[in-house]
Design a protein around this ligand. Structure first.
Ligand code: ATP
Length: 216
């Protein structure tokens, strides 16, 4: 088992009820899992917890047996510059950096920049001719391909994606999802992907539905 979310709860300060109530979820290497649920059901919250971007109030999360709760901020940041990578709906590229610099950005921060691998990713993602372009000159699909390349440059064990095609039209989104699934399969990573789309969920190997703070 790669990711073990074990009876995790999250109560936002001031909220009456927990958004996540003893949620458990396990993910093996090479698995691709769609996380669906109504708006506000806690999908992003769960993804952020798996990415060590937020704290949980009960339970435990482990990645390859490493528990999250003892980690300090540096340990949590190291997780995101190593085995865990994230892709968001809003791309979140660094506007002042070129495509090539964005692709290498997180891997450099983590001391794991492999120029040959990054160049391979740029080619695979159809970005080979655009190394010196800035994000504002790219289409949404191109920007998301850079974000995926930036994430995969770390050779993560776990890729977390929050509505990665939510800002793209259907054809562009499908092409981006194809590339993401290919790269995840090629590297043996696991994928946990939040989506509202039945069509996208059906493309992944497994799906779970979040409702009333729990997985059904
Ligand atoms: N930082 C926060 N502080 C307080 N409440 C929050 C915070 N983040 C999210 N919430 C609340 O927690 C609930 C779940 O939010 P979350 O974003 O995880 O849901 P979601 O299923 O991803 O929704 P959507 O599909 O609309 O993106 C919502 O009621 C939201 O308002």
């Amino acid at each position: 088992m790669l990711l073990d979310i074990d009876k995790v709860s999250r109560i936002y300060p001031g909220a009456e009820r927990p958004v996540l109530n003893h949620v458990s979820l396990r993910l093996d290497a090479c698995e691709t899992l769609a996380l669906t649920g109504e708006s506000g059901s806690g999908k992003s919250t769960l993804l952020h917890l798996a990415g060590a971007l937020d704290h949980f109030d009960a339970g435990e999360i482990r990645l390859d047996g490493q528990a999250y709760s003892p980690l300090d901020d540096a340990g949590r940041a190291a997780l995101r510059r190593g085995p865990v990578a994230l892709v968001f709906q809003q791309f979140n590229l660094v506007p002042s950096l070129t495509v090539a610099q964005n692709l290498a950005f997180h891997a450099r921060l983590g001391g794991r920049h492999d120029p040959a691998w990054t160049a391979h990713l740029a080619e695979r993602l159809g970005l080979g001719a655009l190394p010196d372009r800035y994000p504002e000159t790219l289409s949404g699909g191109q920007q998301q391909r850079v974000a995926i390349g930036r994430a995969m440059a770390l050779r993560p064990r776990l890729l977390l994606a929050d509505e990665p095609t939510g800002n793209l039209d259907e054809a562009t989104g499908d092409a981006v999802l194809d590339l993401m699934l290919e790269l995840v399969a090629e590297t043996g990573a696991a994928l946990l992907l939040v989506t509202h789309s039945e069509r996208i969920a059906a493309r992944l190997s497994r799906r779970v539905h979040l409702t009333k703070g729990d997985i059904r």
